[in-house]
Design a protein around this ligand. Structure first.
Ligand SMILES: *[C@@H]1O[C@H](CO)[C@@H](O)[C@H](O)[C@H]1NC(C)=O
Ligand SMILES: *[C@@H]1O[C@H](CO)[C@@H](O)[C@H](O)[C@H]1NC(C)=O
Ligand SMILES: *[C@@H]1O[C@H](CO)[C@@H](O)[C@H](O)[C@H]1NC(C)=O
Ligand SMILES: *[C@@H]1O[C@H](CO)[C@@H](O)[C@H](O)[C@H]1NC(C)=O
Ligand SMILES: *[C@@H]1O[C@H](CO)[C@@H](O)[C@H](O)[C@H]1NC(C)=O
Ligand SMILES: *[C@@H]1O[C@H](CO)[C@@H](O)[C@H](O)[C@H]1NC(C)=O
Length: 458
């Protein structure tokens, strides 16, 4: 864990600093996450509280008698976490420490109830990670209870032993809690790691300002930067800060993650710059997959029939010169693509010969889903594919006929390609071993919200 965090840190330092505070995302951790954290946090807390207790020196007799003291177990039957507006999280725990005091003639076993109270401040760290620190910590001790079997001579010793134990715990318990929080910080630090998007591209999230903490949630403003070959993708135009309204997504969700339209625009700009959206639809002769060949085209375009008396394979080169534009309206996400399609035939000398080219425009419905920590997309064609002839080397082209032809030839390979690409998905803000569980995706005017439970995989 420490190693991966160190690597993340290194990459952060090496990568160019992107000053623009876009595109934006907001991660809101709601009250519900605290009951989950208190559930999964009990075991590590119990472990952390098993401190070592130095020997107790019994000064009552003639000679000073050292007694070894060992914590047999720590149980934390109650752990409660509560948000403190403007600060962070309040922790209240009831713990029972069971000690064994090794003394002649028989060991003494006693239980000490302790109430732990701590305030943890949640702030922004220097490299854009959330950082938790203990700002106040207090342990309140009850009276030790001797376990049955210990006999009446014991209480005399109980008073000084108890004093000794309490003095030790008073020092060590808060330190243990601080150490536990440091481990948590190492974990939270993985938020800024680079997550691969494609073979040559990554996304990196970081906090851009102090968290906004209310009695109901901790809200983190997150900056997402996409990188292609180590260079940040920068959107043209002015930055629009992203604000996530309250009460969006599912009520009672542990996490509410808002993603701005800018983030989607960046992702599509990256795909376009990387050339990932381009594809070649290659027709084989006698193929059911792509039945397009020169003899078929020749039935609609006489010049093609004249130039290619023998049927030859035809290739569609699909290039996205314009960046796809995503539109987010209440409950609907659409994607507009404007591919440029060049139709080529394989000439008899096996060189490609350009027949004609088309400017297409297609609207797609975009559906989102979340798998583990990734947001994935899937598209279906919405309405008609529009065509205009951009250039022709084969004379007049009847666009109506092209329309029917292209619709069937172009649509399926394009969707297959696009859906395979969007199915890879983009990592959502995440930290190591933390997954989104039963996520739901909501589309709002200008942004997308993911409501999810969180699941920590140990
Ligand atoms: C632990 O302490 C609580 C009070 O804090 C008490 O109610 C409970 O019985 C104790 N549990 C054990 C196992 O001793
Ligand atoms: C109580 O202590 C005495 C002296 O230390 C010992 O002889 C006796 O066995 C003890 N009784 C019990 C029930 O442990
Ligand atoms: C925190 O959120 C509340 C509620 O939306 C808002 O009124 C307040 O201005 C926010 N504070 C900061 C510092 O962003
Ligand atoms: C050319 O395309 C037509 C129409 O799809 C098909 O019937 C014919 O078999 C194809 N010819 C060759 C040689 O593939
Ligand atoms: C795509 O949607 C836009 C906006 O709704 C509309 O203007 C355009 O005509 C549509 N294009 C196609 C090809 O359906
Ligand atoms: C994605 O959309 C295509 C249609 O465009 C559909 O056939 C396919 O089942 C969808 N896949 C998922 C995972 O929804």
């Amino acid at each position: 864990m420490t190693r991966s965090c160190g690597l993340g840190l290194l990459l952060v330092l090496v990568l160019p600093v992107v000053s623009a505070s876009r595109p934006g995302a907001v991660v809101r951790l709601n009250k519900a996450v605290l009951s989950y954290v208190s559930e999964i946090g009990r075991a590590p807390l119990q472990q952390a509280l098993r401190v070592t207790v130095p020997y107790f020196l019994d000064r009552n007799g003639e000679v000073i008698q050292p007694s070894r003291i060992q914590i047999l177990s720590v149980s934390v039957p109650h752990l409660r976490l509560k948000l403190i507006a403007g600060l962070g999280v309040h922790l209240a725990a009831e713990a029972n420490f069971t000690f064994q005091v090794f003394r002649a003639p028989e060991p003494l076993e006693l239980m000490l109830p302790v109430v732990l109270l701590a305030d943890a401040r949640v702030a922004q760290g220097s490299i854009g990670t959330p950082v938790v620190s203990i700002s106040a910590c207090l342990s309140l001790f009850g009276d030790a209870i001797l376990f049955d079997g210990s006999n009446s001579t014991a209480p005399a010793l109980l008073v000084p032993v108890q004093k000794h134990i309490k003095a030790v715990l008073r020092d060590k318990v808060c330190l243990s809690i601080s150490n536990l929080v440091q481990d948590l910080n190492v974990h939270l630090g993985t938020l800024v790691g680079l997550n691969p998007v494609g073979p040559e591209s990554q996304i990196r999230y970081s906090m851009i300002n102090a968290p906004n903490i209310t009695n109901d949630y901790i809200s983190l403003d997150i900056n997402a930067v996409l990188f292609l070959l180590g260079k940040p993708i920068v959107l043209p135009g002015d930055a629009t800060p992203f604000r996530l309204p309250e009460h969006v997504g599912r009520d009672g969700a542990m996490a509410t993650v808002g993603l701005s339209l800018d983030l989607f625009d960046s992702a599509f700009l990256l795909l376009q710059k990387a050339g990932s959206l381009n594809l070649d639809i290659t027709g084989q002769l006698k193929s059911d997959d792509n039945p397009l060949n020169t003899s078929m085209l020749g039935q609609h375009i006489p010049e093609v029939a004249r130039q290619f008396p023998e049927p030859m394979p035809v290739v569609l080169k699909v290039r996205l010169s314009a960046t796809p534009t995503a539109t987010l309206h209440a409950d609907t996400a659409t994607l507009r693509l404007q591919p440029f399609v060049e139709v080529l035939a394989v000439a008899s000398n096996s060189a490609f010969q350009s027949l004609f080219s088309l400017d297409l425009a297609v609207n797609l419905t975009l559906k989102f889903s979340v798998s583990k920590v990734k947001l994935q997309g899937n598209t279906t064609v919405l309405g008609d594919i529009q065509h205009t002839v951009a250039a022709s080397n084969v004379g007049f082209i009847d666009t109506n006929q092209m329309h029917m032809l292209m619709g069937s030839l172009f649509e399926k390979p394009l969707l297959d390609h696009l859906n395979a690409l969007l199915g890879i998905g983009v990592a959502l803000p995440n930290i190591l071993n933390l997954h989104y569980a039963s996520p739901e995706v909501f589309v709002y005017e200008g942004y997308v919200v993911i409501s999810s439970r969180l699941f920590f995989q140990r």
